[in-house]
Design a protein around this ligand. Structure first.
Ligand code: HEM
Length: 505
């Protein structure tokens, strides 16, 4: 930090302390707040707890302060919920009260201040967006329409990997090819489009802009300007980059996908409902005046962030666990061979007949939860939770990872053991039927994409294990499964090289 910046920061902090003291004296309102570390003026608990409020650090704080705790992050209140009962209260019983989302300066930019669906407050706009998105994305009809294409994409992955001689010897970064597959799975639904190869320039442009958006939004680097509004001017450079990325990205969605589809619509008769892809439905809603052009682009933006990487991270974690647990991989392969017989490649309807495959997926989503703190919830008004007062507009983090990894609730939770879902946890499903296990959340703001994510995971992991023996690279007995967390994501730190040895049938 240069001297000028330091001076400004100190002056800023001094003024902010004075303001905070005056405001707190004037307010005189007495809340029974949840426990937490003692805050200091201006910074609150920020300097004590640091930036990296990941699922593990928050679980440690819960052990110290309890199942509901409050952190003051500068001017912001952050409430962490760590028990199934309190999760039920937030997501179900008081689902309306806690059904909004917090945004921050960066998310305001990327969502046009909540013109999207994922980050908007609970209310009319959210209801309308969720309704408009349901038919084109989140029904079993969509699964039945697109499952052949997901199966085809997975078959292409298998074929490409088999063609690559490196794969069976030194190994390849399998994730790269799977990323192309996930883009294709989702772009086929959205626009009836696919990208031919990892070298496709449009795919690379899109990937780079999506990656940049994720990096900027997930970073902890802008926290100071979010927590302490007086420091916001120092974020000017960061926010300028965010705005540029956002503009370029939405323009790309518009020019290369939405407008292209509109042109096609005007030249080709689209009267046949069966030929409609998601954007046609969304554009119909725009024509009817239900949403505007910006909302259309934010829907595309939301699918790009909510659907592709989340599913990809889960596939990547699944592969990593299968590589590191060869006995589980073998058991899964045996199930596939026995149930499906030689030569039959797993399809979406088959996934219902493969309990061990489903258990492997559930266990992956439990131990390596892609969104371990859910997407932050928020109460628009003052509320009560667990006997405490929750000030309006608090950010509520449900530590779903800890709910599913707390040794007081689960037998040896640190172990990757799919069998638990046949044994002591036989009744637990991924749809939120048990408040200890919420990989997709539950209730009003739960993940509507679960209906697509689970079959895609089943088809992809199933076909990989059917066709290859997945191994660590030569000279390694395991692959590195260190985690990397962001504002609310959990992915693998290193995209490992995996050896994929084709099986001889
Ligand atoms: C394994 C893959 C996925 C995981 C683990 C996952 C997980 C989640 C979680 C935890 C939430 C937040 C729930 C809450 O805040 O209470 C969420 C929200 C959401 N997800 Fe997913 N998701 C996945 C895939 C998808 C896919 C494939 C789509 C779309 C095609 C999708 C679309 C959404 C949307 C739109 C929301 C926001 C819902 C709202 O705010 O009303 N997700 N997801």
């Amino acid at each position: 930090m240069d001297l000028l910046l330091l001076e400004k920061t100190l002056v800023g902090s001094f003024v902010a302390i004075l303001v905070a003291i005056v405001v707190s004296k004037l307010r005189g309102k007495r809340f029974k707040l949840p426990p937490g570390p003692l805050p200091v003026p201006v910074f609150g608990n920020w300097l004590q707890v640091g930036d990296d409020l990941n699922h593990r650090n928050l679980a440690d704080l819960a052990k110290k302060f309890g199942d509901i705790l409050l952190l003051r992050m500068g001017q912001r209140n952050l409430v962490v919920v760590s028990s199934p009962d309190l999760a039920k209260e937030v997501l179900h019983t008081q689902g309306v009260e806690f059904g909004s989302r917090t945004r921050n300066v960066v998310f305001d930019i990327f969502t046009g201040k909540g013109q999207d669906m994922v980050f908007t407050v609970y209310g009319e706009h959210w209801r309308k967006m969720r309704r408009i998105m349901t038919v084109p994305f989140f029904t079993n009809k969509v699964v039945q329409q697109y499952r052949y294409e997901w199966e085809e994409e997975a078959a292409q992955v298998v074929e490409d990997v088999k063609k690559n001689p490196e794969a069976a010897t030194h190994g390849i970064v399998l994730r790269r090819r799977l990323q192309l597959m996930m883009y294709n799975n989702m772009y086929r639904i959205m626009f009836d489009r696919r990208f031919e190869s990892e070298e496709d320039p449009l795919f690379n442009k899109l990937k780079a802009l999506n990656g940049e958006r994720s990096r900027l939004a997930q970073s902890f680097d802008y926290n100071y300007g979010d927590f302490i509004p007086i420091l916001r001017p120092f974020l000017r450079g960061y926010l300028k980059i965010c705005k540029e990325v956002k503009e370029r990205r939405l323009q790309l969605f518009k020019d290369y996908f939405v407008e292209e589809r509109k042109k096609l619509g005007s030249t080709k008769s689209m009267s046949n409902e069966g030929l409609k892809c998601a954007i046609d439905h969304i554009l119909d809603a725009q024509k009817k005046g239900e949403i505007n052009e910006d909302n259309v682009l934010y829907i595309v933006e939301n699918i790009n962030v909510a659907a592709i990487e989340t599913t990809l991270w889960s596939i990547e974690w699944g592969i990593a666990e299968l590589v590191n647990h060869p006995e589980i991989q073998k058991k899964l392969r045996d199930e596939l061979d026995t149930v499906l017989g030689p030569g039959h490649q797993v399809t979406e309807p088959d996934t219902n007949k493969l309990p061990y495959l489903n258990a492997v997926i559930k266990e992956t989503l439990r131990l390596r939860m892609a969104i371990p703190l859910l997407v932050p919830h928020m109460n628009l008004h003052d509320a009560k939770l667990g006997g405490f007062d929750i000030p309006a507009e608090s950010k509520i983090l449900v530590n779903a990872w800890w709910l599913a990894n707390n040794p007081a609730q689960w037998k040896n939770p640190e172990e990757f053991r799919p069998e638990r879902f046949f044994e002591e946890e036989a009744k637990v499903e991924a749809n939120g039927n048990d408040f200890r296990y919420l990989p997709f959340g539950v209730g009003r703001r739960s993940c509507p994409g679960i209906i697509l994510a689970l079959p895609i995971l089943g088809i992809t992991l199933g076909r990989l294990v059917q066709n290859f023996e997945l191994l660590p690279p030569p000279g390694q007995s395991k692959i590195d499964t260190s985690e990397k967390g962001g504002q609310f994501s959990l992915h693998i730190l290193k995209h490992s090289t995996i050896v994929a040895k084709p099986r001889s049938f």
